[in-house]
Design a protein around this ligand. Sequence first.
Ligand code: FAD
Length: 318
Amino acid sequence: MAEVLVYVDHVDGAVRKPTLELLTLARRIGEPVAVALGNGAADTAAALAEHGAVKVLTADAPEFADYLVVPKVDALQAAYDAVSPAAMLLPSSAESKEIAARLALRIGSGIITDAVDLEAGDEGPVATQSAFAASFTTKSRVSKGTPVITVKPNSAAVEAAPAAGAVEALSVSFSEKATGTKVLSRTPRESTGRPELTEAAIVVSGGRGVNGAENFGIIEALADSLGAAVGASRAAVDAGWYPHTNQVGQTGKSVSPQLYVASGISGAIQHRAGMQTSKTIVAINKDSEAPIFDLVDYGVVGDLFAVVPQLTEEIKAR
Ligand code: FAD
């Protein structure tokens, strides 16, 4: 069976959920071989083996420490040369998409980004994407070289599938460019304790209807009762009520959670572009004609200042 390289997103050896989802998809098209880089790379092996990795290639070097992209491209190219895989899968983060693009260029392959599903095809893996502000769902495959595919978080379930997960050291020789950039300083963002927006299983978003930064507390309270991330429409972000890092949509982040709750958001096409692939969509809006209701699984016509706190209390009571 053909091998499929899976790039491992991890923090000091703790594998992040989107990588485990990638393993589920990788098993549909071949045998997953994971590539873990940087501090704690070898510690990822147990979790990866539990979810189907037949082999885990690891490399650690000072070059990986600073979140720079080129050393990782060098390492993935080394893994590609060693394995000759049928495909290479990466999670759709900003960093991974840059790695994927550079890698595809180096190995002379095509790239598909932001896939939301993946299946085996006669002529190679077929990826499903949501295109033109989520107006279309397309299926495509790479017709040249080894497909490099990035997959949006929450596109597949995490499934246990015990495999060998044998750890092998990957030998990497770094290109000149790997050390051409230096990180001068880093300012960590204050943690909210909430899940990362693009990876969260539940997202609760507020829009112009929230009517002020001071009112976002009720959106946050609902999010916290559900263990959710907080999102915002561009109208709310442009008004300065919530940070741009939380914007959902065409010019913000693209999310695909199990549950998306939109409060005081009209459902403009540019907002839909970032959330339309959510599995279940709930909207709270006082205008029964709001376009968001064309999209929802459950809609509440009402004042969010009455509905959202009630919902929060109800969830907390359970
Ligand atoms: P509005 O459209 O003003 O809707 C507010 C809604 O709140 C209304 O439906 C109203 O009925 C409801 N409401 C008001 N008060 C209450 C209440 N008390 N209780 C319940 N409901 C209430 N937008 C994005 O979101 N993300 C993007 O990434 C993005 N990118 C864009 C890129 C481009 C190039 C352009 C041109 C636009 C982009 N936009 C984006 C903007 C987009 O077109 C809309 O303007 C924006 O999404 C509107 O945000 P909103 O739904 O919060 O506000």
